[in-house]
Design a protein around this ligand. Structure first.
Ligand SMILES: C[S@@+](CC[C@H](N)C(=O)[O-])C[C@H]1O[C@@H](n2cnc3c(N)ncnc32)[C@H](O)[C@@H]1O
Length: 267
């Protein structure tokens, strides 16, 4: 049984994966994973990052996907059943007692939703072995992020100003401030923390796929989900904005991310 959020996610899964895959890959590249390693995919949702990690560590390694949303894990368990070195856990990463200890923890946009981020990161640190590596990606500001701001600006003429203004205070921008981000990791006991601004060109596919995705996810997607009455006008404005900029080509939007690396030991 899938909940409404996971059903919405499944409806745009392929375009969303196309859009986010290069962003996840940028983190995976920096983690320099090796065959045989144990890796945690934190806040895995229904993403296919778990399979990507599993290919790298190979059958001698292990990948555990963890997510707080039972419906997401219910989707992932049968899909990965053929991979004997992949398992999944339903749990809150802030408090979960991890049964394995990991060489690396990876997360693509799964760490911005903690009520107490220091406690959450301290718990994640406990899941890592000595010299364990933590690598994740989160968003920079809405203003920096064309992927989010272009659709929002395009649809803004049909939206109340306060909804547009509220967008930059959304939970998914909770680590937009790099000083807060590195301070939080250090307070949780991580060392050798680096927070690198990385811009990545993303493409979800055709204009139709991209518009559909923008109306379901990101800042505009959240407004339309909460206030479906704006959907039709937002769609018209967004299609016009994409056509004006890209003609019939697939839209490419720039994602502004922080790619974050940290370890449990000084060396
Ligand atoms: C923006 S989605 C990203 C999903 C996936 N990593 C991807 O890139 O498509 C954030 C995910 O983090 C999960 N999440 C949020 N808070 C969590 C927590 N405290 N513990 C575990 N998972 C959490 C959500 O359920 C969701 O699946």
């Amino acid at each position: 049984m899938t909940d409404a959020r996971v059903q919405a996610w499944l409806a745009v899964r392929d375009p969303l994966e196309r859009q986010l895959a290069p962003i996840g890959q940028a983190v995976i590249d920096r983690l320099t994973l090796r065959p045989g390693e144990h890796v945690l995919d934190l806040g895995c949702g229904i993403a296919r990052t778990t399979e990507t990690l599993a290919r790298i560590v190979g059958p001698g390694g292990r990948v555990t996907g963890v997510d707080i949303l039972p419906a997401a894990i219910e989707v992932r368990v049968p899909e990965t059943a053929h991979l004997r070195h992949v398992d999944h856990v339903i749990g809150d990463a802030q408090t979960l007692v991890f049964e394995d200890s990991y060489d690396a923890v990876f997360s693509r946009f799964g760490v911005m939703f903690f009520a107490d981020p220091v406690a959450a990161f301290a718990n994640i640190r406990m899941a890592l072995r000595p010299a364990g590596r933590f690598g994740f990606v989160c968003w920079r500001t809405l203003a920096d992020n064309e992927l989010d701001s272009f659709p929002l600006r395009a649809a803004a003429p049909c939206l109340p100003g306060e909804l547009v203004a509220d967008a930059e205070r959304a939970e998914h921008f909770s680590f937009a401030d790099p000083a807060f981000l590195s301070g939080t990791l250090e307070a949780a006991g991580f060392v050798r923390v680096t927070v690198a601004p990385v811009d990545i060109a993303t493409c979800a596919g055709s204009l139709t796929d991209t518009v559909d995705l923008c109306l379901r996810f990101g800042s505009l997607g959240k407004i339309v989900r909460d206030h479906p009455g704006y959907r039709a006008d937002a769609q018209t404005l967004l299609e016009a904005a994409f056509r004006a900029r890209y003609g019939s080509a697939d839209p490419v939007l720039r994602a502004a991310t922080w790619i974050v690396q940290a370890t449990t030991s000084p060396r």
